[in-house]
Design a protein around this ligand. Structure first.
Ligand SMILES: O=C(O)CCCC[C@@H]1SC[C@@H]2NC(=O)N[C@@H]21
Length: 263
């Protein structure tokens, strides 16, 4: 249900070559719109909405977006295996991190939380949701949806117990950025790290991600359904799985929700 004419703008000087761009006034979810548009797109395309009314979060949660926050999805026709496509969430997290540093300066206290959250002053500033369609063991269309609380985040009472406190860029850092300038910077960051991934594989992504990781070497808790593992966060492996050193030894966890100790 997008409104406004989807316009694929001509690529400006700062816009990365090879990526399309659609800006919508209003949409239900940019990820949903990504799948509607995917069959007609000629190449990787960013879809941004000034107003997202039914945003989707991880694990079936809702993602609430007041006007002024950033909501955009990159849609890629990858043809890759699901595990390879999933690792692009690290590319997206690096893109958001680097875009915000570029726009706000190196003193912004920003870090990454496994698998794909971006933190500001230890609170959750941004979430990333990967969704895909596929056939025959291959991903046909991959939607990398990014939400950034530029002007406000949800109330603390609206998030699950144990979840990080939501924060906004304006509230924490007093910086006001427009979704349009953030889109260009995130698209540039993604293009940079995506090229690295295409040319050299996951290794440079893994080291860049680890250099920006929150709570590395600290004790954290990983929950998957009813299973819980607690141990020292020792990094990520070459598949992107979380490495935890527990009293039972080293474990690699491919998917989980992560909880930090207070403090
Ligand atoms: O739960 C999370 O942390 C992930 C949130 C992802 C939200 C973004 S906003 C743009 C894109 N469109 C959606 O419907 N969801 C993602």
């Amino acid at each position: 249900m997008p409104t406004g004419r989807p316009v694929t703008e001509a690529t400006g000087a700062a816009w990365p070559q090879g990526f399309g761009r659609h800006i919508l006034e209003r949409v239900d979810s940019t990820n949903a719109e990504a799948f509607r548009l995917a069959p007609s797109l000629a190449g990787p395309t960013w879809i941004m909405a000034r107003r997202q009314e039914n945003g989707r979060g991880r694990r079936g949660r809702a993602w609430i977006d007041p006007v002024g926050n950033f909501a955009a999805t990159l849609v890629l026709q990858t043809g890759s295996a699901p595990a390879d496509a999933a690792r692009l969430s690290f590319v997206a997290a690096l893109a958001v991190h680097d875009a915000l540093i570029r726009l706000c300066g190196p003193r912004l206290n920003i870090s990454l939380k496994w698998p794909n959250d971006v933190l500001l002053n230890g609170g959750k500033l941004s979430g990333i949701l990967l969704e895909s369609t596929g056939a025959g063991g291959q991903v046909t269309a991959l939607a990398i949806g990014i939400g950034i609380n530029l002007v406000s985040g949800p109330d603390t009472g609206a998030v699950e117990p144990g979840a990080l406190r939501p924060v906004s860029l304006q509230g924490e850092a007093g910086v006001v950025l427009t979704p349009d300038e953030v889109l260009t910077a995130v698209a540039q960051g993604f293009a940079h790290w995506y090229r690295q991934e295409q040319d050299y594989g996951f290794a440079p992504i893994r080291s860049a991600w680890l250099a920006r990781a929150a709570r590395l070497g600290e004790t954290i808790t990983a929950r998957t359904g009813n299973a819980e593992s607690r141990g020292r966060f020792d990094g990520i492996d070459e598949t992107g799985a979380l490495l935890l050193t527990t009293p039972r030894g080293r474990v690699a966890i491919p998917a989980a929700d992560i909880y930090f100790d207070a403090g």
